[in-house]
Design a protein around this ligand. Structure first.
Ligand SMILES: [Zn+2]
Length: 271
């Protein structure tokens, strides 16, 4: 099937082209990446604006990547852009549109038209066997890598069952709580902010943080006589708070004393 259909964007305006960056961003996320021969030129035409990611299970524990790349007699491949193996290896099989979504609906996506707007990931899993830590973590990382590139949050990941559950009775990815999956992706996106920087940028940022830390902790003379330790800004602030408190107590005591004296001489202090 080599049909290429141009569809209306229906409110989606930012066209970013085909995701030629897939292999790069996955590698940057420290995933084991295999590039299917010619993946940059494979697909059923060009993407429209990419909204996000749709995740699937293949229905079998050991579906090889080339089955997702080539499809089957009734549906010519690619069946998604990425294949995720049980051991966490990701194979990039296509940069163009793939047949993975079918009819369905989801807020923000044009009805029955998700293939042109979502990057599909097919994970080798029969849907009832559960998800090993290694495959689940790689799934989270895959989605995070793509969302980071798109500049989107975890809400832009949906399961095929969320898209097509009502229209097609799809239940993939089986055994996966999508809200929990999105929460895990959100955590990964947050934690990965540093990782998204280049090595050089990371070193620069760490040097800056070290500098601030040094200023906060090591460049102040100690307030304790004969101590080898230097003081901290926090120590100075606490110390000045304590001095404030002591002065306040002294003032109170003086006021009380004054009141007593005035009472003794038969006068009352005017307040
Ligand atoms: Zn599916």
């Amino acid at each position: 099937m080599v049909r290429y259909q141009q569809r209306g964007g229906q409110g989606i305006v930012s066209w970013t082209g085909d995701p030629m960056w897939l292999a790069d961003v996955l590698r940057a996320e420290r995933l084991a990446v295999v590039e299917h021969p010619g993946w940059r030129h494979r697909g059923h035409g060009d993407f429209e604006a990419i909204w996000g990611v749709m995740v699937h299970h293949t229905g079998s524990s050991n579906t090889p990547a080339n089955e997702v790349a080539d499809g089957h007699p009734s549906l010519a491949g690619p069946l998604s852009q990425l294949h995720l193996a049980r051991d966490g290896t990701v194979t990039v099989v296509a940069a163009g549109v793939a047949w993975h979504a079918g009819v369905g609906r989801w807020p923000g996506l044009p009805e029955d038209n998700a293939n042109w707007h979502t990057i599909g990931i097919e994970a080798a899993n029969n849907g009832t066997e559960g998800w090993s830590d290694v495959q689940y973590d790689a799934y989270v990382a895959c989605c995070a890598a793509i969302l980071r590139r798109l500049g989107r949050g975890a809400e832009r990941v949906i399961g095929h069952k969320e898209w097509a559950g009502a229209k097609q009775g799809k239940w993939d990815p089986g055994g996966m709580d999508m809200d929990r999956f999105r929460a895990d992706i959100a955590v990964r996106l947050k934690g990965g902010a540093l990782m998204a920087l280049s090595d050089h940028e990371q070193r620069e940022l760490l040097d800056k943080v070290r500098g601030v830390h040094r200023e906060l902790t090591h460049d102040l003379p100690t307030r304790v006589a004969d101590s080898d330790y230097s003081d901290t800004i926090a120590g100075y602030v606490l110390n000045s708070d304590a001095a404030d408190y002591r002065n306040e107590q002294r003032l109170r005591a003086l006021e009380l004393k004054l009141d007593q004296l005035l009472t003794e001489v038969g006068l009352e202090r005017r307040r």
